[in-house]
Each structure stands twice: as structure tokens, then as C-alpha cells.
Design a binder for this molecule. Structure first.
Ligand code: SF4
Length: 248
């Protein structure tokens, strides 16, 4: 089966997932007490599938869906304030066909970019429990296997950073202690399993490398306080473009 079809099937599994009872209950609660401005919305209130270009060279990893954003619209970052920043930057740097996305059916498309999250259900107060992160990790590990062309991973915020490092270690990457901050760049590598041909192993072991680029999360908390400004955020996208140019 082609990786893009496996990816689609994985997302269908994710939508049906009910591994975290606290989050399942919270999603129902959110849809029953909608803010007045969203009274007419039929909330998605299920786990959110990741989305984007299955041949992407850039993978963006967030924390979790927003209760009245992605959890309402059914697509990660669609219809929330963080999404306004993220989609605008993706459009300006040629990774998206529109500068914003407010609804799932608005034909918004990503090019050479794929978006996923540390957990796929909106958690109360944006704070997932460690157990919930672990419950969701297998989906991310499978995505890492299926997104075969990814060369640059962009980490939105400290939790995505810490949890992605843990996942990359599980995938065999050599990950030394690294610190989080805005606009940092790291190169990680792993030895690929050595193929055996006719009982013979090759002389050289192949290395696979991946670049990590970090940014403060474009949450309202960061963008409204000036902790993250547009020029700072766009600088990260310039770093991504540069990495892609060097690698091609
Ligand atoms: S957070 Fe992940 S593991 Fe937990 S219920 Fe949602 S999709 Fe399933």
C-alpha cells in the first residue's frame, strides 16, 4: 500500500480514537457550552487528523487543537488565532495556497508541508497529561515512518520540542541534550538499518539526517504580549527555506 494511502487510513483511525477518557469527555463538554459567536457551529469535537502534502519536505508540529478553533472546525489550526499567524506565514513563504483558513471546506491546501500535533484532542487549559501524550505518540511515530521525504521539522513551542525529541530517540536518532529557544536549529542523524543482500552487508552504513528548527508557539499568549513578533516568526520561515535550498 502506498504511504499516502496508509497516511489517510491512519487519520481515519485517529478520528475514531477514544484512548483518553478525560479528553473525550472534555470535547463533548466544549461542544455543549459554545461561546455565543460560535452558536451556529456544529463542533467537530473528535480527535483531529493531521493534514497536508504527503510528499512534504517540511513537517510542522504543534501542541494540541484549540477547543474553539481546530476542535470546532475539524482541521488543525483552522479558525483559530494561532492558525492566522501560521497560515499567513506559510502562504507568504510559498507553502500554502491561501493566507488563512477559517473552515474545513475552504479549499485551503498545503504544498511541500505537513502539519501534525503532539496530541490530537483539545485538552482542558491547553495542558495535556503525560499519559495522554503517551497515548497519542504511536500516531506520530507512524506519521514519521510514512512521511518519507521530510527533511526539516519545525517545532512550535517547548512541549512539541520535548516530545518530538523523545519520539525521534525512539526512532533511533542520536539526540544529545538540546535546549529550546526561538529560532534554534539542530541537525540529528540516525543509522539506517543495514540492508542485507545475498547474505552480504555493505561496507558503509547509511546515515539519515533531519533538521530541527524551533519557534515560540504562535499562541495569542505569545503574539499579544510581543514575545513572538511577525519578523521573529518570519525569520524562522527564512531558515526553513534556506535549509531546503541547501538540501536540494
Ligand atoms: S489525544 Fe490522541 S490518543 Fe488521546 S483520545 Fe485523542 S487521538 Fe486518541
Amino acid at each position: 500500500m502506498k504511504p499516502s494511502i496508509k497516511l489517510k487510513k491512519l487519520q481515519e483511525t485517529v478520528i475514531q480514537c477514544r484512548k483518553c477518557p478525560r479528553l473525550v469527555a472534555y470535547l463533548q463538554e466544549v461542544s455543549q457550552r459554545k461561546p455565543r459567536r460560535y452558536q451556529d457551529w456544529d463542533y467537530w469535537s473528535n480527535p483531529l487528523p493531521s493534514f497536508g502534502d504527503p510528499n512534504a519536505r517540511v513537517l510542522i508540529i504543534g501542541l494540541a487543537p484549540a477547543a474553539n478553533g481546530g476542535n470546532r472546525t475539524g482541521r488543525m489550526f483552522t479558525g483559530d488565532r494561532s492558525g492566522e499567524w501560521l497560515f499567513n506565514a506559510l502562504y507568504q513563504f510559498g507553502f500554502a495556497n491561501q493566507p488563512n483558513s477559517l473552515r474545513r471546506d475552504d479549499d485551503f491546501k498545503l504544498d511541500n508541508c505537513y502539519i501534525t500535533a503532539t496530541i490530537r484532542c483539545a485538552p482542558p487549559k491547553n495542558k495535556p497529561l503525560p499519559k495522554e501524550i503517551e497515548n497519542c505518540r504511536p500516531y506520530f511515530l507512524e506519521e514519521l515512518d510514512l512521511l518519507k521525504k521530510v527533511e526539516v521539522i519545525v517545532l512550535l513551542g517547548q512541549i512539541a520540542f520535548t516530545q518530538t525529541l523523545k519520539s525521534l530517540r525512539l526512532k533511533g536518532y542520536d539526540v544529545p541534550p538540546l535546549s529550546f529557544g526561538h529560532g534554534k536549529s539542530y541537525l540529528l542523524s540516525r543509522k539506517l538499518p543495514t540492508p542485507v543482500w545475498n547474505g552480504l552487508k555493505p561496507f558503509h552504513t547509511e546515515l539519515q539526517t533531519i533538521s530541527l528548527i524551533t519557534t515560540y508557539h504562535p499562541s495569542q499568549q505569545n503574539t499579544q504580549t510581543g514575545k513572538l513578533t511577525r519578523p521573529m516568526f518570519h525569520r524562522v520561515f527564512k531558515m526553513i527555506k534556506k535549509k531546503l535550498e541547501v538540501e536540494s
